[in-house]
Design a protein around this ligand. Structure first.
Ligand SMILES: [Zn+2]
Length: 255
């Protein structure tokens, strides 16, 4: 089982990363994708790659400029991110967000596109955050067809959005939202998606599950997501774990 999106070095998880990883291993995890979303965290995430893999060998590290932070990025962010790419496994999270917390889209879009370009040039996958902006993200990904791959993290769009992402070679990240009692629409959408397009995630500590409050989740809780996804898809748990893990590995096993 692989948690394709967690923030291991954000508080409170950062207090005991090794303990959190060991707990995830106990829950059946073989890897986590650790994500850094603002520039001051990039260096240390790149430095942490071997430390994380020492506990969970299938782990990967990613760094990018999250849409919420584009307006506070250092002027040399692009050079700094470029210089780190050889020590990263993915660029992310990056994306577009029409929510209230995000800065103006005019600030987000050029930064998103520049990071898509950096990743494409380096041959790295991208981890994409999308809030009420599937139309725009799909529009930009069209220009990168065949050059870009990755995960639409915490997917919660329509069946049409899902299909369009899959056609563009993207995987859909399924997280704790699926476990919530009232997530009827999401479960209906996910139940019709091909398992070959799905990956598991926690977005820990930020996103919770039905039983774990937001802000307090950990990578080990990916097991809850896996269990619920198996129910929703009507497939055996082992099969869902095997397929979603293999989907994540596929991002880095390219011919
Ligand atoms: Zn995240």
């Amino acid at each position: 089982m692989i948690d394709s999106h967690c923030h291991l070095f954000d508080p409170p998880l950062a207090e005991d990363p090794e303990g959190i990883l060991a707990e995830a291993r106990g829950a059946g995890c073989t890897g986590v994708v650790v994500v850094a979303t603002w520039a001051s965290a990039w260096e240390s995430i790149a430095d942490s790659r071997e430390r994380v893999r020492a506990v969970l060998p299938e782990s990967r590290v990613a760094a990018g400029l999250h849409p919420w932070y584009v307006h506070e990025a250092p002027v040399d962010w692009e050079n700094r991110l470029s210089a780190l790419l050889p020590r990263l496994d993915a660029v992310g999270e990056i994306g577009l967000d029409r929510g209230e917390r995000a800065p103006a889209l005019e600030l987000q879009e050029p930064v998103f596109v520049r990071q898509l370009e950096l990743a494409a040039k380096a041959g790295l996958p991208v981890l994409i955050h999308v809030v009420r902006a599937h139309d725009l993200v799909l529009h930009h990904l069209k220009a990168f067809q065949g050059r870009s791959r990755g995960i639409i993290h915490a997917f919660s769009g329509s069946p049409e959005d899902a299909r369009a992402y899959v056609e563009r070679g993207f995987l859909l990240g399924i997280g704790g939202g699926l476990t919530r009692e009232n997530a009827h629409r999401l479960r209906r959408v996910v139940s019709r998606l091909p398992p070959s397009s799905l990956v598991l995630e926690t977005d820990s500590p930020y996103l919770g599950t039905e039983t774990v409050p937001a802000g307090a989740s950990r990578p080990a809780h990916v097991a809850q997501v896996a269990g619920r996804l198996a129910e929703v898809l009507g497939r055996p748990l082992e099969e869902v774990v095997a397929v979603t893990s293999s989907n994540v590995r596929g991002l880095w096993e390219r011919p």
